[in-house]
Design a protein around this ligand. Structure first.
Ligand SMILES: NC(=O)c1ccc[n+]([C@@H]2O[C@H](COP(=O)([O-])OP(=O)(O)OC[C@H]3O[C@@H](n4cnc5c(N)ncnc54)[C@H](O)[C@@H]3O)[C@@H](O)[C@H]2O)c1
Length: 258
């Protein structure tokens, strides 16, 4: 009997990460959850030392077995802007980079990061933050968004999707059979946007940002099912993509771009 493949899910304590861990377990994955507290592996993913400690802990749990998939969901949309950049971009990309050797050790590793369709709202003055992030300059990227939480969210997500596009096609990723992709959710009913969904003003704001055309706001399981498919060996050639899973918001906001 072959051992069940293992999936690492960050942000496993809430929302999309929790749904992904549950869906993955139903699909037969053995799941290692990572979150800031009360997870299999506790780590503050805004801190590089804690990211490294998390990877050491994960590798110890794998005990020599390869990692099957990483699904990086941990993220923040509000609060300290520099922390938003650090968690959303560097928390996902540093973990992916550090876990790549373990993904490469298996037959068909996969990695999925959760971006956001908020990347569509990135203003031009966000380019400095994006360039710093893509250059791996964490302090500079954090400084470039300082005091601007919305800018931090938009730029961290746009940088994340660009990082996926650029990394995924390299020899160490697709060339070695490890497929890397992103999902860009729109409004998804999790604690992250619960406050906005509570009143009409918040819902109107959300619908302007992410004009959902389906009758209902997505449930986190909708993102989780897609993440699990991208993380599975059923995905044989989707590479470097950001898949908008947003009830038609991207199609509404930019009908002429493909
Ligand atoms: N909910 C939405 O409408 C929506 C839309 C687009 C994208 N997203 C993205 O989906 C992902 C999941 O968000 P969610 O909606 O499930 O939100 P959530 O708030 O329910 O879950 C986020 C998780 O990330 C964890 N996290 C935050 N900071 C962390 C840190 N420093 N270290 C470790 N873990 C940390 C939290 O503890 C939490 O468990 C995020 O990346 C978010 O940006 C969400």
């Amino acid at each position: 009997m072959t051992a069940m493949p293992t999936m690492v899910v960050t942000g496993s304590g809430s929302g999309i990460g929790r749904a992904t861990a549950n869906v993955a377990a139903r699909h037969g994955w053995s799941v290692i959850g990572v979150d800031i507290r009360d997870a299999d592996v506790d780590a503050d993913l805004s801190q590089d030392a804690q990211r490294e400690a998390a990877v050491t802990n994960i590798l110890a749990r794998l005990d020599g077995r390869p990692l099957g998939a990483l699904v990086a969901c941990a993220g923040l949309a509000a609060g300290d802007a520099s922390t938003i950049m650090k968690v959303n971009f560097f928390g996902a990309t540093r973990l992916a980079e550090m876990l790549l050797p373990s993904l490469l050790a298996g037959p068909q590793g996969r990695a999925v990061v959760i971006s956001s369709n908020a990347l569509l709202h990135t203003p031009l003055w966000g380019n400095a933050a994006i360039e710093a992030a893509l250059a791996g300059q964490e302090d500079e990227a954090a400084e470039a968004v300082k005091g601007q939480a919305d800018l931090a969210y938009f730029t961290s997500k746009k940088a994340l999707s660009l990082w996926v596009k650029r990394e995924a096609v390299k020899p160490d990723w697709a060339g070695a059979g490890v497929l890397l992709n992103a999902i860009a959710p729109g409004a998804t009913a999790t604690p992250m946007i619960a406050g906005l969904l509570e009143d009409q003003q918040g819902r109107d704001f959300l619908m302007r940002m992410t004009p959902t055309r389906t009758p209902e706001v997505a449930r986190p399981e909708a993102i989780a099912e897609l993440a699990c498919w991208l993380a599975s060996t059923a995905n044989r050639s989707v590479v470097g993509q950001t898949i908008f899973c947003d009830g038609g918001a991207e199609a509404t906001l930019r009908p002429s771009a493909i």
